[in-house]
Write a protein that binds this ligand. Structure first.
Ligand code: GLV
Ligand code: MN
Length: 195
């Protein structure tokens, strides 16, 4: 989904002082082999949190060699019973492969149609750009997924955090009206996310 590059590579200078659509390139004379390799997805992320899951991002901010190339990857670790909560990526389609475990992958269309499937190791899924999706570990062991995106910075809108843990917070009367519930329900949800 990103624009085509205009050169072989453009290793991001993340500290560049100009703001463009992407990052400025590091001087070619300063580029080394290390700029084309990244080991940030080699470690298991901690799933010791309320969702029981962890997304380790391999986007341009973590791996500057991806700058302008229109691709990136994540590693997702999910404990038994854990959930990578409903979220969407505004700038990319996602594909993924389940490397280990048993996983329910679900996605929702703009017309509120729900599609899902239980996956076993080696199976792949695709999430069209911008659609809300989740992954739930339905097995007894940990689940491991690697996901791939057609953007160097796909972005992630995590629905529960977006609506209930924003800065500043969304007005309570918007949330009570939107979800057709009493204030106490909104208070309880906000309290789970430190609100
Ligand atoms: C999984 O959905 C991911 O965004 O990596
Ligand atoms: Mn995703």
């Amino acid at each position: 989904a990103d624009p085509d590059p205009l050169q072989d590579f453009c290793i991001a200078d993340l500290k560049g002082t100009i703001s463009v659509n992407g990052f400025p390139c590091k001087l070619a004379s300063n580029v080394t082999s290390d700029d084309f390799f990244f080991d940030g997805l080699s470690q298991e992320g901690s799933t010791n949190n309320s969702f029981g899951s962890s997304v380790t991002q391999g986007n341009v901010l973590a791996f500057p060699g991806l700058n302008t190339l229109g691709i990136s990857m994540n590693r997702v670790d999910i404990a038994p019973g854990g959930l990578n909560p409903p979220h969407s990526h505004p700038r990319a389609a996602e594909s993924g492969i389940l490397v280990q475990g048993k996983l329910l992958v679900g996605l929702l269309t703009t017309g509120n149609v729900f599609y899902s499937k239980n996956l076993t190791a080696g199976q792949m899924f695709v999430i069209p750009r911008g659609l809300v999706h989740f992954q739930l570990n339905v097995g007894q062991e940990k689940a491991l997924i690697f996901t791939a995106f057609n953007s160097h910075l796909p972005g992630a809108v995590v629905l529960p955090l977006n609506l209930f843990a924003s800065t500043p917070s969304v007005p309570d009367n918007v949330l009570t009206k939107a979800f057709q519930v009493e204030q106490t329900v909104i208070d309880e949800i906000k309290s789970k996310f430190g609100g």
